[in-house]
Design a protein around this ligand. Structure first.
Ligand SMILES: [Zn+2]
Length: 432
């Protein structure tokens, strides 16, 4: 099922032409209307006419989250506030949030790319879509909401939290599509089981899950426990919110809405462009946005690009599932460690629950990594020998994948705090 077939199946040559025209317009706009960008381009001796087509994108400077903070709140807006109809912000871990603004047309584009995401998941005007992402300054809730309205589905804007009520509404209202973070989807499944409900008691068919990286193993777990098709959705407020890239039923990469967002993969250390298929940091350029265009935004997300035609018939380039973030990446005794690697190992062994947490400390100038892993009630009350054996098994499996030794601590059910949004996977106690 297509939402916008001409765009989703456009030939590569035609897409390149469209992207070239749109990039040129974007560069003109930021040069004229955003002094911060103009200064950056002038510092490199660049004029808008130097960017003739998409092949010139590499001449343009990158922009980072820090630069957004430096321009807080409205310094990167390319239109007067009278043209801005919506403001969102992402919470900074320290200090001020980063702010984004949308014109009426930007909201239309966002709804369009979200309509695609939902259609890829099989949703239509016959669907009942429960939006369990948070509503508010966070883009998740309202992003899915507008896309769901655009396709004419019945929207249940429940927002995040109050899990027992979520489940009651899913059951009573006949929800067919669930949208939330993957960790919250698992939490819902767990609560359902405690309430004595089976997946068959619901009418749920599909879920679109995003806002945090998750593994193939976790997908399997969610699909089994909720008896649904679980699709990945990628987005970030800096670019537009959810809907930048969306998985189709083939579950083999997320189609980037390339007619609006131009993707590149770079080496995060050197900034040089990498060829398709090589893993690196995703850089995105908005080529249609009016309110706050972003040119070569460093997403910090690690992935790969694939421009081959998908089995679904779409020609839109695909990005792999996000493998981690360059700033989520832990460096432990000089070795790069991603929480997603730990998740894959645990789910691969299949003897624990999918809840885990990484704790990093520094003792006598040496980094230590402890992985907390939850086990089931039966397991936890089992004999100590069996638990020790499992601990050892996890430790061995982690060491071979991470190339670094980790302590493993098995903990009882619900020991690790549950989140209704993004799961807190890492506690770094090192004072660096
Ligand atoms: Zn596809």
């Amino acid at each position: 099922m297509f939402w916008n077939k001409p765009m989703e199946t456009m030939g590569r040559g035609e897409m390149t032409n469209l992207q070239s025209l749109r990039l040129h317009d974007t560069v003109e706009r930021i040069y004229r209307q955003v002094p911060y960008y103009r200064n950056k381009l002038q510092a490199l001796g660049l004029l808008p006419e130097d960017i003739a087509g998409i092949e010139d994108v590499g001449k343009l400077p990158f922009i980072t989250k820090q630069e957004m903070r430096d321009n807080y709140p409205y310094g990167l807006f390319a239109v007067p506030l009278t043209e801005i109809v919506r403001v969102h912000a992402s919470s900074g871990t320290t200090g001020k949030p980063t702010v984004v603004g949308y014109t009426k047309r930007d909201i239309g584009i966002w709804s369009e790319v979200m309509a695609r995401a939902l259609t890829y998941a099989g949703a239509s005007k016959h669907s009942c879509i429960q939006v369990a992402y948070g509503y508010g300054l966070f883009t998740g809730g309202l992003g899915v909401h507008y896309g769901a309205e655009m396709i004419g589905a019945s929207v249940i804007p429940v927002s995040s939290g109050n899990t027992a009520r979520q489940i009651m509404l899913m059951k009573d209202f006949g929800t067919t599509v669930l949208a939330c973070t993957p960790s919250y989807a698992l939490y819902i499944a767990e609560t359902m089981r405690e309430m004595g409900l089976e997946p068959g008691d619901l009418t749920l068919k599909a879920g679109i899950f995003g806002a945090e990286p998750w593994s193939e193993r976790m997908r399997q777990e969610i699909e089994d426990r909720l008896a649904i098709k679980a699709l990945d959705i990628y987005g970030l407020s800096e670019i537009i919110g959810p809907g930048v890239a969306n998985e189709c039923a083939c579950q083999d990469g997320l189609h980037i809405s390339e007619d609006h967002f131009f993707p590149e993969i770079i080496n995060p250390l050197t900034g040089e462009a990498l060829p398709d298929g090589e893993k690196g940091e995703l850089v995105l350029t908005t080529i249609t946005k009016e309110g706050m265009p972003m040119v070569r935004y460093r997403t910090r997300d690690l992935t790969v690009l694939n421009r081959s035609i998908c089995d679904c018939g779409r020609t839109l380039a695909r990005m792999g599932k996000v493998l981690g973030r360059t700033d989520d990446m832990l460096i432990i005794r000089g070795v790069n460690v991603f929480p997603s690697q730990v998740e894959s190992v645990l789910l691969g062994l299949g003897e624990t629950s999918p809840h885990y947490q990484l704790i990093v400390d520094r003792e006598d100038n040496l980094d230590t990594l402890t992985v907390l892993v939850e086990v089931t009630e039966e397991m936890f009350s089992d004999e100590v020998r069996r638990l020790e054996k499992l601990e050892y098994k996890i430790k061995e499996a982690l060491a071979s994948v991470l190339q670094v030794t980790a302590k493993v601590r098995l903990v009882g059910p619900k020991y690790i705090e549950r989140s209704e949004g993004k799961a807190k996977r890492v506690i770094d106690n090192r004072k660096i």
